[in-house]
Design a protein around this ligand. Structure first.
Ligand code: 8Y4
Length: 273
């Protein structure tokens, strides 16, 4: 069975992996500043580790629809203290910027999760220069405008073609396939219909030797389907996670680690029955 090479870690893909989302963004209810924000993120990550998460994904720039970009120095200041504190565990850093990638990898990050699939200047080289893993995600448009009427002739073909092209670019840059993860980017420039089509036809996105990551946790498509706000989307998130596993996803990016681990255990038991 395949492994994911992830810096100092080698993660077995024999059973699905749970990636826990850790946001390092200013807490509007506190004026404790950057230090307090980092401390809160580290505590959150430690709680996820206690719940059995396989890797944590640390992000300092909101990529939610409509979000404004964050200055690179600000992003670095948010993310690096968290990476440093957690470096004995597999830490992924959610960033689009080569400078943040280099700094995070220097601090001991094991994976780069890039919603721009290493298309920014210097990003391919920053990752190629180390032995970290990388998640290449598809998106159409930018967080500021991506949900304004996205259109595709064939969403599955377009996403598959993009991911194959970015995997090829990584391999040309010297990033071995066993370091690469691919992700359709649910919610990034996609309607509910597009997201459901991609979920239903996930097997068509699989590239040989490249595990698929799926991120449906609490996303607005689940709100559209169930009528619930972010706090009420756990059951919907678990349903989507199970459908993603059925479609071949090997990594689930989630907020709710304990519940998703139980889901993975039931999935594994069912597969072995
Ligand atoms: C509530 C909570 C509502 C979170 C929306 C959200 C993905 C990702 C994001 C993903 C990969 C998000 C950074 C969006 N989603 N990276 N990042 N794949 N690889 N929204 O699907 O969680 S942020």
């Amino acid at each position: 069975m395949a492994n994911l090479r992830c810096g100092r870690f080698t993660l077995s893909l024999e059973r699905p992996l749970v990636m826990g989302v850790v946001n390092v963004t200013p807490d509007s209810f506190s004026d404790g500043g950057r230090f307090a924000d980092a401390e809160a993120a580290i505590s959150h990550a430690r709680a996820m580790i206690d719940e059995g998460v396989d890797l944590v994904d640390v992000g300092g720039e909101s990529s939610r629809p409509g979000a404004a970009p964050v200055a690179e120095a600000e992003e670095r200041g948010r993310v690096l203290p968290v990476v440093r504190a957690l470096r004995d565990f597999p830490v992924s850093v959610d960033t689009r910027h080569a400078g943040v990638m280099r700094a995070a990898l220097d601090e001991g990050a094991s994976m780069i999760n890039d919603i721009e699939a290493l298309q920014a200047p210097g990003a391919l080289v920053a990752v190629a220069a180390t032995d970290c893993a990388v998640c290449l995600m598809h998106k159409k448009g930018d967080p500021a405008n991506m949900q304004d009427d996205p259109q595709y002739a064939d969403v599955v073909a377009e996403v598959r073609e993009f991911l194959a092209t970015r995997v090829a670019a990584c391999e040309r840059a010297g990033i071995a396939r066993e370091r690469i993860v691919a992700d359709p980017g649910f919610g990034f420039g996609k309607t509910v219909e597009h997201n459901l089509t991609l979920l239903k036809r996930l097997p068509e996105l699989s590239l040989p030797g490249v595990p698929l990551l799926a991120g449906w946790s609490r996303k607005s498509s689940l709100g559209r389907i169930t009528g619930r706000d972010t706090g009420g989307r756990l059951a919907g998130s678990l349903a989507a996670a199970l459908l993603a596993l059925l479609g071949g996803a090997r990594i689930l990016r989630v907020h709710d680690v304990k519940e998703t681990r139980d889901l993975v255990m039931v999935w594994e038991a069912w597969k072995r029955a």
